[in-house]
Structure formats: structure tokens, C-alpha cells
Design a protein around this ligand. Structure first.
Ligand SMILES: C[S@@+](CC[C@H](N)C(=O)[O-])C[C@H]1O[C@@H](n2cnc3c(N)ncnc32)[C@H](O)[C@@H]1O
Length: 257
């Protein structure tokens, strides 16, 4: 894996390739789309985000069967790692966007590039951030998006429960807000999916208890991976054991089973 490609392109050199933004699904390689597999079998360069706990390496794990196949055929792609720093410092973020954009333009000046990320590529994904940087350096740019199965769809599937039915309203949000804001969402929607719960699991659990929603809440982590955990109780979960790849589904109208 490299952190960049030597000889990056300037903003004006001609591009030979297309940037494919590929959502690889939540974890199970069998949830890769046929289109994703076709492109990932061919592209000379595959770029992965490194930003938060193992998300990039998880995307690589999902596509490992394709990488193995290509290795056996002596057609391994170059793997480029793009750093997305975990900070709100706009100067640092702008610098990272520029660096990542330049690395990708360098690769695109030579051929196609696939950027892979977990779940769907345009749903709380680093790809949006990447496009912001790229479009500020170069526009128009040849980009194609291959949507992926989202983590919350896969979670509902593992629970074998409808996410929403009939006139039920669904809210999906990262649990990074103040608990009072999450509470107002819980008051207004019949179904709430809370993403990115690992750092706030304790306070969120307390809020759900206060709202008498603990028996209406399911926990799903690492869905589709060997470490997958699906639980309809939060009782046995120690806050520090909740991985980043975890979410909660709250169904105020209750479960089918
Ligand atoms: C940056 S967002 C990525 C969302 C992703 N693009 C999607 O379509 O689901 C990361 C959050 O997605 C959720 N997530 C992603 N993959 C997951 C998985 N395999 N199991 C459970 N939650 C997952 C978690 O809430 C995690 O904190």
C-alpha cells in the first residue's frame, strides 16, 4: 500500500481515467454489486480511506476475494491509502483534501481509479469529502458512482425486521449530537437509526432507558463480518466494548418478533 503516487498531476494535465466511487456494502463480500466486482477486477489503482478505526482496512477486507483473484493472475492493482484526518481544524482538513485530490489526479492522469468505502459511497462517506477536494482542483471530472448496500439495510436484514412500514417515519443520524437533540428526534419519528454510537454509547443508553425504549432498541455491530453481533438488549454491552462499526435501530412501534 502506498500513501501517494509519485509524480502527481497538475490541475491541468489531461486525464486518462475515470474515478469510480464504489460502495462495497457493510461487510459481507456477497453483498458487493456485480458492477462493483466488474470494475474492481479491472482498475489499475484502488484507493482506500484511512481516517477512523479500521474503516479503510475493512473495505479492503470486503474486497479481499477480488484482490486474491488478481494476485493469483499477477494483475494486482496498486493500493493507494488516502488520509482523512479526524479533526475539525479546517486548515488541516483543507490541506488533506488538497493532498488527496492531487494524489488522485496523479493516478487519473494514468488510468482508472476506484475509491472504495464501506456501505454506500454517498451515505456518511469520505467520498463526499474527497469529491469536494477534487472538484476544487479540477472540474468537470469523470466520476461514476456505484452505490452499495448500507449498514442500516443490512442490520434490518439481520434482525429480520422491517425498518419502516406504511406511514412510519424514519430518521437516520450520527449520534454525535447533544442527547437533548437525539431526544427530540426520538419524539418525532417512529423509527430512528443511530450511527457512530461507540463514543456516546453510555449517554445514549441512558436516554433510551429514560424514554422507556430499551426493549424497542436493537444493537448491530460489524454486520456481515465474522465479528458480527446482533442483540435486542443493550444490557450486556459494556460501553467500551462497542466498536465504531455499530448502530442502533429504535422501533417505537415494536418488533415483529
Ligand atoms: C462513516 S459511516 C459509514 C456509513 C456507510 N457508508 C453506510 O452506508 O452504512 C460509519 C458508521 O456506519 C455504521 N456502519 C458501517 N458499517 C457497519 C457495519 N458493518 N455494522 C454496523 N454498523 C456499520 C456505523 O454506525 C459506523 O459508525
Amino acid at each position: 500500500m502506498t500513501g501517494g503516487i509519485p509524480g502527481g498531476a497538475s490541475g491541468s494535465s489531461p486525464l486518462k481515467g475515470t474515478l469510480y466511487g464504489i460502495g462495497v456494502g457493510p461487510g459481507d463480500p456477497e453483498l458487493l454489486t456485480l458492477k462493483a466486482v466488474r470494475i474492481l477486477r479491472e482498475v489499475p489503482v484502488i484507493a482506500v480511506p484511512t481516517s477512523y478505526s479500521d474503516a479503510g482496512s475493512m473495505a479492503l477486507d470486503v474486497i479481499a476475494p477480488i484482490l486474491d483473484e488478481r494476485r493469483r493472475a499477477h494483475r494486482s492493482p496498486e493500493i493507494v491509502s488516502l488520509l482523512f484526518p479526524m479533526t475539525r481544524d479546517e486548515t488541516v482538513l483543507a490541506e488533506a483534501r488538497k493532498t488527496n485530490g492531487e494524489i488522485l489526479l496523479g493516478a487519473l492522469s494514468r488510468g482508472d481509479v476506484a475509491f472504495v468505502a464501506i456501505g454506500d459511497i454517498l451515505f456518511y462517506s469520505t467520498f463526499g469529502n474527497l469529491l469536494t477536494g477534487l472538484f476544487s482542483l479540477r472540474s468537470p471530472l469523470p466520476v461514476e458512482v456505484v452505490p452499495g448496500v448500507t449498514s442500516y439495510s443490512a442490520a434490518a436484514g439481520r434482525l429480520v425486521e422491517p425498518l419502516v412500514q406504511g406511514s412510519e417515519r424514519l430518521a437516520i443520524l450520527p449520534a454525535v449530537y447533544d442527547p437533548s437533540e437525539i431526544e427530540s428526534v426520538l419524539d418525532r419519528f417512529e423509527v430512528v437509526v443511530l450511527m457512530k454510537i461507540n463514543k456516546v454509547f453510555g449517554p445514549v443508553r441512558d436516554l433510551l432507558e429514560k424514554k422507556n425504549l430499551l426493549d424497542r432498541t436493537a444493537f448491530v455491530s460489524m454486520v456481515g463480518r465474522p465479528e458480527e453481533r446482533v442483540s435486542r438488549t443493550l444490557d450486556e454491552l459494556a460501553p467500551d466494548s462497542v466498536p465504531y462499526m455499530s448502530l442502533l435501530v429504535v422501533r417505537k412501534n415494536g418488533w415483529l418478533k
